[in-house]
Design a binder for this molecule. Structure first.
Ligand SMILES: [Zn+2]
Length: 96
């Protein structure tokens, strides 16, 4: 497991975000909410991004991936796999 710590959102300088050490910039859910809205046409991707809003709220990595996809229209295999892995782990954690 990567070490996680809290960092202040660089945009609003108000909310704290849980990040891993590799992340240089932290943006909170409130600031990214607007960017995460958009139509996803690819049914496969739509299905992948169809996860509880709670996951996006608690995980900045998932938010970043979704925003990247909405911006560029595609993701690398690695990004897709990482996204799925995080979601899987979160779902597992949910059951405990
Ligand atoms: Zn913010």
């Amino acid at each position: 497991m990567a070490i996680k710590f809290k960092k202040k959102c660089w945009r609003c300088r108000k909310n704290y975000v849980t990040v891993t050490k590799r992340q240089r910039y932290a943006t909170c859910y409130e600031c990214q909410k607007k960017e995460m809205q958009g139509e996803i046409k690819d049914p496969k991707m739509k299905n992948m991004f169809d996860i509880p809003e709670e996951f996006y709220r608690n995980n900045s990595f998932l938010r970043d991936i979704k925003i990247k996809y909405l911006k560029f229209g595609n993701l690398t295999e690695n990004q897709i796999n990482a996204f799925k892995k995080v979601v899987k782990d979160l779902k597992k954690g949910d059951k405990k």
